[in-house]
Design a binder for this molecule. Structure first.
Ligand SMILES: [Zn+2]
Length: 392
């Protein structure tokens, strides 16, 4: 993901704080990095010694390609069917506001939570959370919050079910490289590298086939398979055989490069043994005279327990079922801030109360229907009540 164009973080935080105050919530802003404020809205529980409930949301969004939108992506225009168009309507300004309105309703109803409830609004999720959630979870403020369970974003669901994500695939990038020491034509760097690229693409094909084949029979989702995307290929010499620099941007076609490199974007589900996977691809590289290294990637990939005895999963599932919602637990196909909690062994569920809606996050003409948005406040009201009143 590219860098944000200059995001108006302060304005976003001020807006959220004002909404929170209106709802009767306590508020605090901490700067985890200069220009990267985190807004915290809270409601103290009657037993603040119990682990708290954290409702997480990111207030940043991805950029837009304005000419691909049928209306101004920043104006929140509503059409005749009640569809509200705007960047962030699904991902995930809607959710942040729904949290606040659900708490406002609970306050109006005279409810008193047993556990303290926090709404945490962070920047930078869309660029990996390095200056957002990743720093926040290391702060003394976060430690003091003693979080027992967290909710964060999920995805829209086109049918009537609500997807709940209990894990996600990690994003990793790997670079394969090959070199050769002689001027003999046999076994050039590019040749060796192409062997590795072919093997990686064959693996990609197998994973894709598995996804397609098992989608209907076993309910396999995109989040359950490993995806591999070839993102870069690099080889070629920019000097002539006489050692002169070529014209800018030109590559010599009659000089054999001594090094060739390929970049891969990998998405690996938490059900996969990462070490085993890396050993496998390192083996492929070795057989072909190449090396492959992990450039980035977190080898920690926690999963939230959704077994029969998993307390918070039971509370969440029962709560949703009590209002006749169909719950469908899944692995998130990409990355979210929930991974920071899971890697600290804090149960984290990715859930956006958006059903009967096409998945349009990061897409042109992202929208959310007003009825779905309002229903989402009802859903959160119930869910937050049940989570924050959980006794043990
Ligand atoms: Zn998001």
């Amino acid at each position: 993901m590219e860098d944000h164009p200059q995001p108006q973080n302060e304005e976003a935080v001020n807006f959220l704080i004002a909404l929170g105050k209106e709802a009767g919530l306590e508020s605090e802003v901490i700067e985890v990095h200069p220009g990267r404020p985190v807004a915290i809205l809270s409601w103290k529980g009657s037993d603040p010694s119990l682990p708290s409930v954290l409702l997480s949301n990111h207030y940043d969004v991805v950029p837009v390609q304005k000419d691909k939108w049928k209306c101004d992506p920043w104006a929140a225009e509503k059409d005749g069917e009640g569809n509200i168009f705007g960047r962030g309507t699904q991902d995930m300004k809607s959710v942040g506001i729904q949290y606040i309105y659900a708490l406002k309703r609970l306050k109006t109803e005279g409810y008193q939570p047993l556990r303290t409830i926090y709404i945490v609004c962070v920047p930078d999720e869309e660029i990996g959370g390095k200056l957002g959630m990743s720093l926040f979870v290391q702060s003394p403020t976060f430690k003091k919050m003693n979080v027992g369970v967290s909710l964060d974003e999920g995805l829209a669901s086109p049918d009537d079910s609500f997807k709940v994500y209990y894990g996600e695939r990690i994003e990793a990038t790997a670079e394969g490289a090959a070199g050769h020491g002689s001027r003999f034509i046999e076994g050039t760097a590019t040749q060796k590298l192409m062997g590795l690229v072919d093997q990686m693409m064959k693996f990609r094909e197998e994973q894709f086939e598995k996804y397609q084949r098992d989608q209907h029979s076993c309910g396999t989702q995109l989040g359950d398979v490993i995806s591999v995307t070839l993102t870069s290929l690099n080889a070629g010499v920019t000097r002539t055989p006489e050692g002169k620099d070529m014209e800018k941007g030109s590559i010599s076609v009659n000089v054999i490069p001594t090094v060739a490199k390929a970049g891969f974007d990998l998405r690996i589900p938490p059900t996969e043994n990462l070490e085993r996977f890396m050993n496998m691809i390192r083996g492929w590289a070795q057989e072909r005279g190449c090396t492959i290294d992990l450039l980035s990637g977190d080898f920690k990939n926690g999963r939230t327990d959704i077994g029969e005895d998993a307390k918070w999963w039971k509370v969440l599932k029962n709560s949703m079922q009590s209002i006749n919602l169909k719950v469908d637990p899944q692995i998130f196909p990409a990355g979210t801030d929930s991974r920071f909690f899971r890697n600290m062994n804090i149960p984290a569920f990715g859930f956006s109360p958006i059903n009967h809606t096409p998945v349009l996050l990061h897409d042109h003409n992202e929208y959310l229907n007003e009825k779905v948005f309002l229903k989402g406040i009802d859903v959160y009201t119930r869910l937050i009540r049940d989570l924050s009143s959980e006794q043990c």
